[in-house]
Design a protein around this ligand. Structure first.
Ligand code: SF4
Ligand code: SF4
Ligand code: SF4
Length: 649
């Protein structure tokens, strides 16, 4: 296909794609779009996965090495900074598409492998590197002996509709997004649907808010649409500060135009002309790509005044938020947008009645919004086909922790925990056995072996005392001490409490004090400390109840969850810490007692040299000893000994 000038391409995409109601029946157009979307190429094209995960794994150096190879060889290759396909454990990922051939994906491509990879593949040979798979389709010749990428165990249990473009397109290119069907739903919506009609379709789809509450998105919108006001606002909550969850960041980095399209449709549906995307300041790459994508969309007339001569006015402002967990709470978030300190307010009134500057404001999270263009394009029945009776559609998770395959995943509602851990995650990564899944730190409960066959569904999760949480899906194995983990989460909440209300501010501090005493070695003859420890443990449940009942926002209400979950599911570990002063997983540093097996000790002195407090005595070629009173439990001797002579009790 002959390349069009940027202006001609823009006019073509607007007039013959976005504004043409007959575009679906046009085969010639379909072929032309496949070139713009890069499903067909005239010259080789290389995508490097350059999401934050890829960059951390070294994708920046890989990209530079590819650029140097192209420059040195003077080859006409298009090199693109892509997003993340989800399989973070295989980063850096490089995809190559040669004219007429299927796109093929390689994993773990560090800079030193670039020359070999390109020497081979540009000569149509498959290099001896990790191939993730190829993208088979009807328009290109497949590579022999290479499996389709979606047969890979990480992908085969997934259903990728929200992640469909992630890693496949140039994230900021409005042309590639439109060529793959993007902004079609928006163009159709403003030309053929009333705001009320949009709210009805979304309500019919049974889409529930993915931010945790699970309330009907369509109903929420419809109520705000009905409210009379001279000004309404649409806010996208892109804060995401729960440890272990980053899928919203990934989808913004990889497909920012989908979020822009969703925000403008949602704004239209509730009658808002102004919208905000509130995003954490540290998500630098996501912000950079989002702002670039907004600029590109604006250039196409998709934002601003009188969009496509329809009389519709919608704009988006990207607002950077502070690094604070509480900013994710909708009233705190609105305060922050208004320039005030991000502190939650008591509800009612809800933001949908009195939000930003006391005007009706809808706050939706990123994942909820990502569904919107798809529902409008494919219809509510299409959306309802996936999922269970109570929970429709798919759900994104950040799969991490002790699993072989980790990254961002999308599964149909109703998938079991077992399938995610073993089929998608490939099971535990080390030698230790599975222990639990943490479904976001505020979800309410751990998923243990007994709940592995439970399905991910709003009702079923409620029946086992938990919720979808924020999308973190952290797998832990038996090397993890649950008491230490509970202490970590308690410390997190204590640091993140905004301090507005006493139960949370003082309660989180008291919870942490109790956990610190529980995980410390008792001082000699310190009966007072022992008494305090027991007293604290006895008070845990009533303290948790007070915090849940009286804290103003979800942070204070969920702060005791980790401790209560540990008491409920791993009581024997708590008891070992409290009564035996032992950490069964040998993690709590202050409770570890080190000794040396004199029969195994060769007197090599390695431990003696490492001990920071001179707690080891002995001479060369003779057994060594540890003076327990001096030992601070750092474990350096254990790591240093090559003869397994250092023991932990
Ligand atoms: S519960 Fe905690 S975070 Fe929420 S308002 Fe009260 S002090 Fe602030
Ligand atoms: S655990 Fe640390 S402090 Fe204790 S004996 Fe070993 S090296 Fe010394
Ligand atoms: S490192 Fe091991 S073998 Fe060497 S002196 Fe210490 S305990 Fe003995």
């Amino acid at each position: 296909m002959k390349a069009k000038s940027p202006d001609a391409l823009k006019q073509f995409l607007i007039n013959q794609v976005l504004l043409d109601p007959n575009r679906l029946e046009n085969e010639r157009l379909e072929k032309e779009l496949s070139y713009i979307s890069r499903e067909r190429v005239n010259n080789p094209i290389i995508y490097v996965g350059m999401g934050t995960c890829g960059l951390i794994a070294g994708a920046g150096k890989t990209f530079k090495a590819i650029q140097e190879y192209i420059d040195d060889h003077g080859i006409d290759i298009e090199l693109i900074k892509g997003g993340c396909i989800g399989l973070c454990s295989a980063e850096p990922i490089v995809d190559i598409q040669l004219p007429g051939k299927s796109r093929i994906s390689f994993g773990n491509v560090k800079q030193d492998k670039v020359q070999y990879l390109l020497d081979e593949i540009l000569n149509h040979n498959i290099p001896d590197l990790q191939t993730i798979g190829q993208y088979k389709n009807d328009i290109s010749q497949p590579w022999e002996g290479i499996n389709p990428i979606f047969d890979h165990s990480f992908f085969s249990g997934q259903q990728r509709v929200l992640l469909d473009n992630c890693g496949l397109i140039d994230p900021v290119s409005v042309e590639q997004y439109i060529a793959r069907g993007g902004y079609w739903a928006f163009a159709d919506t403003i030309s053929s649907l009333t705001p009320k009609g949009v709210c009805q379709l979304i309500e019919e789809s049974e889409l529930s808010g993915r931010g945790g509450g699970g309330y009907s998105t369509g109903k929420k919108w419809a109520n705000t649409l009905k409210t009379f006001s001279d000004q309404k606002f649409l806010v996208c909550n892109a804060v995401e500060s729960d440890p272990g969850s980053y899928m919203n960041r990934v989808i913004i980095e990889s497909n920012p135009h989908r979020l822009i399209e969703a925000v403008i449709i949602a704004a239209y549906a509730i009658g808002a002309t102004k919208s905000f995307i509130f995003i954490r300041q540290e998500f630098k790459l996501a912000i950079e790509r989002l702002e670039k994508a907004i600029e590109n969309a604006r250039g196409y007339g998709l934002l601003g005044h009188h969009i496509f001569d329809s009389g519709v006015n919608i704009d988006i402002i990207v607002k950077r938020g502070a690094r604070a967990f509480v900013c994710g709470e909708e009233t705190a978030l609105n305060n922050s947008i208004e320039g005030k300190r991000a502190m939650p307010e008591s509800k009612p009134p809800y933001p949908s009645e009195k939000g930003l500057w006391n005007k009706p404001t809808i706050v939706n999270n990123v994942e909820t919004l990502f569904n919107i263009p798809l529902i409008l394009k494919n219809g509510p029945d299409w959306f309802k086909k996936t999922g269970t009776d109570n929970s429709k559609g798919t759900k994104l998770f950040t799969l991490s922790g002790k699993v072989k395959n980790y990254g961002t995943i999308e599964v149909p509602m109703g998938t079991t925990f077992r399938d995610i851990v073993w089929k998608i995650g490939g099971g535990t990564s080390g030698k230790q056995k599975f222990k639990a899944v943490i479904l976001g730190i505020n979800s309410g409960n751990y998923i243990t072996k007994k709940n592995l066959d439970n399905r991910i569904d709003y009702e079923e999760l409620k029946s086992i005392g938990t919720s979808l949480g924020s999308g973190g899906f952290v797998v832990i194995d038996e090397s993890t001490c649950m008491v230490d983990l509970a202490k970590y989460f308690t410390n997190f909440f204590k640091n993140e409490s905004c301090g507005k209300c006493i139960p949370c501010r003082e309660g989180t501090a008291r919870l942490l004090e109790i956990m610190e005493v529980v995980t410390q070695r008792p001082g000699k003859n310190n009966h007072f400390q022992s008494l305090e420890r027991f007293k604290g443990v006895m008070q845990l449940r009533s303290l948790a109840n007070v915090m849940r009942d009286t804290s103003l926002c979800a942070l204070g209400k969920s702060a005791p969850n980790a401790i209560l979950n540990t008491l409920n599911n791993f009581k024997e570990e708590f008891d070992a810490h409290i009564f035996e002063r032992k950490c069964p997983a040998n993690v709590c540093r202050d409770l570890r007692v080190f000794s040396i097996d004199v029969d195994l000790c060769t007197g090599c002195t390695a431990c003696y040299k490492k001990c920071p407090v001179d707690a080891i005595i002995g001479s060369a070629r003779h057994p060594h000893f540890i003076v327990e009173e001096k030992c601070i439990g750092c474990g350096l001797c254990y790591d240093a000994c090559k003869f397994n002579a250092v023991l932990i009790q």
